[in-house]
Design a binder for this molecule. Structure first.
Ligand code: AHG
Ligand code: MN
Ligand code: MN
Ligand code: MN
Length: 336
């Protein structure tokens, strides 16, 4: 009857995180407060993205970022929102954003124990045509008593304590892991709350989709070329895989997590370290895929074991279904 139609036992993101926190008696609620501020940033960006076309938020901001990319208005707006939300949480110390050349050091009186790396708006090339874009973030804990310098962020991704992304697509979906499993939440705009809709996400062992920018094929290395060749012309008589490439890492990774398959941004002759940035793209997504039962590989090593030397360092990445990434690892052993 009517009562069943409306879920009354709402598992909101906040309630879910508090449940997680209650498993750690020593926790002081700092991560819960930090995540609430990140969620606030995501809600703001979601509303800005949804009305971008109407609010003249489309197009270029007239600046170029450290990546040499022309910043879009939404890149700049989202970055400002997240820097303010993270700083005002009183739980952060050092911040690294794709859109800021230097690390951001939170003022003394607002300092906390967490360092956050983030891509405020991922998939900027898709903003002006209304295709899904997102926000990606990773959270490190400062060692007790440390002042917080860039060196605290130039560590392997295995030391990340939490990671997540928010995808601004046909619905606003936030996927998060605080170190155990991976859970997905969908924003209910009428409540302004993220509701648990994808509990305990597990990536299929093997997929039928590969996701890569085939336009770079001319410059690929041998293992990548071989993998894509086999995907299109399987030797064992199995049916070819499907290609799906959205061009926003958040959307391509989200589909890979839910449907299975492999997402690749390989090295190529032009960019030997690929294009994606280690701290705020490769590490958070690798963290999530591993927690969901998949793998993340750079062509040389397990992605999370990479130790970046610079905050905007790039790395090739192959991530997704366990068996699919295993195939890439075999090819790198054979032809790498
Ligand atoms: P960003 O918009 O944050 O700079 O990231 C864009 C990235 C990533 O979202 C996507 O996977 C990749 O760029 C697409 O690159 P290509 O257009 O070269 O395929
Ligand atoms: Mn960019
Ligand atoms: Mn990005
Ligand atoms: Mn970006």
């Amino acid at each position: 009857h009517a009562a069943d139609a409306l879920r009354t036992d709402l598992m909101t993101l906040t309630r879910h995180v508090l449940n997680e926190q209650s498993k750690h008696p020593e926790a002081r609620g700092d991560l819960t407060i930090l995540l609430n501020h990140i969620v606030l940033g995501c809600k703001f960006v979601c509303s800005a993205v949804n009305k971008a076309g109407l609010a003249h938020l489309i197009g270029l901001a007239g600046e170029t970022n450290v990546q040499g990319e022309e910043q879009k208005k939404l890149d700049v707006l989202s970055n400002q929102v997240f820097v303010k939300a993270l700083t005002s949480s009183g739980r952060t110390n050092v911040l690294v954003s794709e859109e800021d050349e230097e690390a951001i050091f939170v003022p003394e009186k607002l300092r906390g124990r967490y360092c956050v790396v983030f891509d405020p708006l991922d998939g900027s090339s898709n903003i002006d045509c209304g295709v899904s874009i997102g926000t990606i973030f990773g959270i490190y804990m400062l060692e007790a008593g440390k002042a917080g310098t860039v060196d605290d962020l130039l560590k392997a991704g295995t030391s990340m304590v939490a990671a997540g992304y928010c995808m601004y697509g046909s619905s606003c979906t936030l996927v998060l892991s605080t170190g155990e499993d991976v859970n997905g939440f969908t924003l209910d705009p009428s409540l302004g709350e993220f509701i648990l809709t994808h509990p305990h996400i597990r990536i299929p062992e093997k997929g039928k989709i590969y996701s890569v920018n085939e336009g770079n094929a001319k410059n690929w290395d041998e293992p990548t070329t071989k993998f894509v060749e086999k995907a299109k012309f399987p030797e064992d008589g199995s049916s070819p895989r499907s290609l799906r490439y959205i061009g926003s890492m958040v959307a391509d990774v989200h589909r890979t997590l839910l449907y299975g398959g492999i997402f690749m941004y390989p090295a190529d002759k032009k960019s030997p370290n690929g294009k994606l940035r280690v701290l705020y793209e490769v590490f958070p997504m690798s963290f999530l895929v591993e927690k969901a039962g998949g793998q993340a590989f750079t062509g040389k090593q397990r992605a999370l074991e990479l130790v970046p030397k610079k905050i905007h360092e790039r790395s090739p990445i192959f991530l997704g279904s366990y068996d699919d990434v295993e195939e890439v690892k075999e090819l790198y052993k054979q032809y790498g």
